[in-house]
Design a protein around this ligand. Structure first.
Ligand SMILES: Cc1cc2nc3c(=O)[nH]c(=O)nc-3n(C[C@H](O)[C@H](O)[C@H](O)COP(=O)(O)O)c2cc1C
Length: 220
């Protein structure tokens, strides 16, 4: 698939078929994503790929924690309040997503249910949890973002759907315990992936983008 097409086709998919992606295909996309650039080539991403029982058990634990009202304890603050145009874009994305799912704005129980689907990887058969070393900050987080997009485009080119999820970083203590990782591995986001289930209502959501001139200023 041409790169332009992969960029245009990639979108966040929030409902998956149970079929697993063949292991050699998974290894191939992660191998390709190793080519992502990073500051001083330090390659700060630490990626843990989960499938099968490991993924299922972790999803259950996170959903149970959320249902029990255990407060999230993300390594990086998730307590964002957007204002102005950023708030408008956030609301528009929520309107598209919840609209596709037929959930009213003030239907708190169903919105909570929809949000909790994040913690179960939207039913995906695989997920990657992306960590970086505790000493790293914003600059290295940039590298992780570039890595994530490289990975998702490599997946798109092979017909594999994905969704980047900050929500997967809400319970890092549970996740580190599950994976046997030390606290020095800080979790920043996860990406669920697999084959899209076209029958899931959430997958009908489409979000737009700002006009070019609202984001890019050309100088000469
Ligand atoms: C770093 C990052 C974190 C995200 N976190 C979530 C999330 O927790 N849950 C979710 O459903 N979507 C999440 N998204 C997906 C965004 O909502 C989505 O990328 C945006 O609305 C644009 O839509 P598109 O990906 O379909 O083009 C995240 C995306 C990124 C890049």
């Amino acid at each position: 698939m041409p790169l332009d097409q992969a960029i245009a086709l990639r979108r966040s998919v929030r409902g998956y078929l149970p079929a697993e992606v063949p292991e050699q295909t998974i290894r191939a996309v992660f191998q390709l994503a190793q080519a992502a650039p990073s500051n001083c080539n330090i390659q700060p991403w630490i990626a843990h790929v989960l499938s099968g029982e490991s993924l299922r058990a972790l999803g259950e634990r996170m959903v149970a924690a959320s249902e029990a009202g255990i407060p999230p304890d993300p390594d990086f603050s998730a307590d964002r309040r957007f204002t102005g145009v950023y708030r408008e874009r956030q609301v528009d994305a929520a309107v598209q997503l919840y609209g596709a799912m037929g959930i009213e704005r003030h239907d708190r129980p169903r919105r909570d249910w929809a949000y909790r689907r994040n913690l179960n990887f939207f039913g995906a058969p695989h997920a990657v949890l992306v960590f970086m070393h505790g000493a790293f900050e914003e600059r290295e987080a940039v590298d992780l973002g570039i890595y994530a997009q490289t990975l998702m485009l490599a997946m798109t080119a092979r017909g594999i759907a994905s969704c980047a999820q900050g929500a997967l970083s809400l319970y890092p203590t549970i996740i580190r315990e599950h994976l046997g990782l030390p606290p020095s591995n800080r979790l920043i986001f996860g990406i669920s992936f697999g084959y899209e289930d076209g029958g899931v209502a959430a997958n009908r959501a489409r979000v737009g983008r700002a006009e070019l001139d609202q984001s890019v200023v050309f100088h000469r």
